[in-house]
Design a protein around this ligand. Structure first.
Ligand code: ADP
Length: 499
């Protein structure tokens, strides 16, 4: 194996190569410990090695989290909030280093890496504030001799399992509310991007999160199930918060049923993006560029299917194609890159398969449609930003998330027809539409089967908003005033004999 490349971080110690359990940075506890190479997806150069953990590490993490739980639960909310707030300050103070780390291990352009740090921190700040507002309630009594009250309590140990596309924000969006609620955490970041998560945990330690309250173990994809199966089976783990694919989400739901854990599942999407004939076409093109090409199209809320009403179809496609063809593709380390490499060869193969399938079923390639070979990227990790027209429901790109820079466009005639098409999927995370007709705006917003709707807007994420899906896109809401609910249960108590 080559020696690691240097990222020239201000704080080189933010690149960590150990698990963090019970307040200690440690190698894997497995009898024959092995490691996992973390690489830059643009050229497969080695960044660092982390533990390829197994069941022993998973169990040690639960032991630590369970041991720390009673004290963290009893810690006054204001003290917990102060620790979380310090974590937020440290994340922002290390924005440059964290942004660099995110973009190098995940592949998103550097500016997006820095943007993700701010986005990730916004959840930490939000939940520091929410921690102090998780009040109980006193109900009006039906009986003069009784008083009825309810308080919110932390559920216990929470297992956090995250994907690679937002290596920082997915971690903070789960860990911050867990800590705010008074839960303790065992976390497993995605195998492609563990370094950002480890760096964030290091900053949490520096912020004063007590030993055992936050534990993290890293694994390869091959051993992910070994770690997570321990958490699924253990009665001490009371909740799982997962963002990732629908098949893995369904597996977690099934496997956690015997111990009836609480679950938050933020799963795959297949977002429709609808442009009505009464839309501002320039705004719609702009909104699609923002929503679709963030992170190279590797987001669960990015538009996967674009429907354009016949009257404006050709004008929209022409403007869109010009914008897409001008996107600059290149490695994250090049500040002028707008689309980075895809996360791994598996991802590029899927995108290529979707495009070839669409073309074989009659789609037209307006721009792109192929891999980009670069001398500095022997693995051909790049896919050209692509616009397809004449997309139909039987194409893989219409039924599955492509998770890449591909826009399949379908023309439609009526509102009823496009609503049926938009809803004709098992998924229901995000949907977008552009229209300037107020009556239609309400009608369509109400008719769409999804958890998040963008109306004349492509950028929807905000810590104050409830993020989550319906149907097979999962359940639970992250962020917003509802974001603590999944980490708490409500305890009702009744005092009698009062007269
Ligand atoms: P993607 O295809 O985008 O990588 P996944 O759902 O496969 O999405 O991965 C999301 C997270 O789930 C990652 O942390 C991954 O390691 C984890 N994971 C994958 N397979 C399993 C499994 N069988 N059991 C538990 N976790 C898994």
């Amino acid at each position: 194996m080559n020696s690691p490349i240097s990222l020239n971080l201000t704080r080189a110690d933010l690149i960590v190569s150990h698990n963090f359990i019970a307040g200690n940075w440690q190698p894997s506890l497995e009898t024959n410990p092995s490691t996992l190479a973390v690489t830059d997806p643009s050229d497969a150069s080695l960044i660092a090695q982390v533990p390829d953990s197994g069941a022993a590490d998973a169990l040690a993490a639960i032991d630590a989290a369970q041991h720390a739980f009673s004290d963290w639960k009893a810690t006054p909310a204001k003290e917990r909030a102060n620790v979380i707030r310090r974590w937020n300050d440290l994340i922002l103070a290390h924005k440059e280093d964290l942004g660099k780390l995110i973009s190098r291990e995940q592949g998103k352009p550097l500016a997006e890496g820095h943007g993700e740090v701010i986005y990730a921190a916004s959840y930490v700040q939000w939940f520091a504030e929410q921690a102090t507002r998780a009040n109980g309630e006193i109900m009006l009594t039906p009986d003069r001799s009784k008083r009825l009250m309810a308080i919110r309590e932390p559920v216990g140990v929470v297992a956090v399992i995250t994907p690679w596309n937002f290596p920082a924000a997915m971690i903070t969006r789960k860990i911050a509310p867990a800590l705010a609620a008074g839960c303790t955490v065992v976390a497993k970041p995605a195998e492609d991007t563990p370094l950002t998560a480890l760096a964030l945990v290091k900053l949490a330690q520096e912020a004063g999160v007590p030993p055992g309250v936050l534990n993290i173990v890293t694994t390869s994809r091959e051993r992910a199930a070994q770690v997570v199966d321990v958490w699924l089976a253990d009665t001490r783990v009371r909740k799982i918060s997962f963002t990732g694919s629908t098949p893995v989400g369904k597996h977690l739901a099934k496997a956690s049923a015997p111990t009836l854990k609480k679950l938050s599942l933020e799963l795959g999407g297949n977002a429709p993006f609808i442009v009505f004939e009464d839309a501002d076409i320039d705004a719609a093109v702009e909104g699609l560029m923002v929503a679709k090409f963030r992170n190279g199209g590797q987001t669960c809320v990015c538009p996967n299917r674009v429907y354009v009403q016949t009257q404006v179809h050709d004008a929209f496609v022409k403007k869109l194609a010009a914008r897409v063809a001008a996107l600059k593709v290149g490695p994250a380390r090049d500040p002028s890159s707008q689309i980075g490499p895809m996360i791994n060869p598996r991802a590029v193969e899927k995108i290529e398969r979707h495009v070839q399938d669409a073309v074989s079923k009659g789609a037209q390639v307006v721009t792109g449609g192929h891999r980009i070979e670069r001398d500095d990227a022997p693995l051909a990790a790049y896919f050209a930003p692509t616009v397809l027209t004449e997309a139909t429901p039987d194409m893989a790109c219409s039924c599955e998330e492509t998770f890449g820079p591909v826009v399949p466009v379908t023309r439609f005639d009526t509102e009823a027809q496009v609503i049926a098409q938009a809803n004709g999927t098992p998924f229901g995370l995000a949907a977008y539409f552009y229209s300037q007709n107020p009556a239609r705006i309400w009608r369509v917003m109400e008719a769409l089967e999804c958890g998040i709707v963008g109306i004349n807007e492509g950028a929807l994420a905000a810590e104050a908003a409830p993020f989550g899906g319906v149907k097979e896109s999962g359940y639970g809401r992250e962020g917003s005033v509802h974001g603590l609910d999944d980490y708490q249960h409500i305890k009702y108590f009744c005092q009698g004999g009062l007269g």
